[in-house]
Ligand binder design. Structure first.
Ligand code: PGA
Length: 252
């Protein structure tokens, strides 16, 4: 059975002291949460703390992730961080196209696709986020929006597409406490799976995560859906006990 991936998205939270306490809390409870089963676990830390969190997570069974990366390879791009730089800190995953970046930084589908490409060519797994706003859902456009967002990434990445992770994150569910029901989430995941199947014979091994107010209470039901292969967790990833409960629900 395909392993599930539980990735924490810390967003712009943390400090040297808080990160240390958080990673220690997760690492200490990890074996008990997995209880002899398996799941991939990652934390996507703010760029400034990657070096610290690389050391904290070393040999802990927790992989390191970044929250973004540059669409450029190198050069005169003040403030940007390249895929190769992330790789220097043993970054395994990079979130791309999070709705907060699409919204606050006007990231287009094409830019997100290029970022996914940069990650893949550096040997980093992009966690490609897609999702509709409330207005788009109410207008019946959910499927159209997520397919358009994923199509750009498929188009730019060709046969490498089976190496990505997809995260379906309905914008209206992020940080709001409103979660998609397991049925609502599964319906969109099935659409994304079918789209991947049309693009690669290896679509079944692509992990499609759900994100948006996943927490210790609702995780088990969401993670039991056939096309939900893990979670991208914001708020609940900042609390070791909650994050560990989600990991326990994902362990197979
Ligand atoms: P949330 O965030 O779990 O706090 O809703 C998820 C995300 O934005 O990745």
């Amino acid at each position: 059975m395909k392993q599930q991936l539980i990735a924490g998205n810390w967003k712009m939270n943390g400090s040297l002291a808080a990160n240390e306490a958080l990673v220690h809390g997760i690492a200490q409870g990890l074996q008990a949460a997995l209880s002899g089963k398996q799941a991939h676990v990652a934390v996507c830390a703010p760029a400034a703390y990657l070096s610290q969190v690389q050391q904290l997570t070393h040999s802990s069974g927790i992989d390191l992730g970044a929250q973004d990366l540059s669409a450029h390879e190198q050069g005169a791009y003040t403030g940007e961080i390249s895929a190769a730089m992330l790789k220097d800190f043993a970054v395994r995953y990079a979130i791309v196209g999070h709705s907060e970046r699409r919204h606050y930084h006007a990231e287009s589908d094409e830019l997100v696709a290029t970022k996914a490409q940069r990650a893949l060519s550096a040997g980093i797994t992009p966690i490609v986020c897609v999702g509709e706003t409330l207005a788009e859902r109410e207008a019946g456009k959910t499927e159209e929006v997520v397919k358009r967002q994923l199509a750009a990434v498929i188009h730019a990445n060709g046969h490498c597409i089976s190496e990505i992770v997809v995260a379906y994150e309905p914008v209206w569910a992020i940080g709001t406490g409103k979660t998609a029901t397991p049925q609502q989430a599964q319906a969109v995941h099935a659409v994304l799976r079918a789209q991947l199947q049309a693009a690669t014979p290896h679509a079944d091994r692509v992990q499609i995560l759900y994100g948006g107010s996943m927490n210790a209470t609702n995780a088990a039901q969401l993670l039991s859906q056939p096309d939900i292969d893990g979670g991208l967790i914001g708020g609940a990833a900042l609390k070791p006990a909650d994050f560990l409960t989600i990991i326990a629900a994902a362990a197979r």
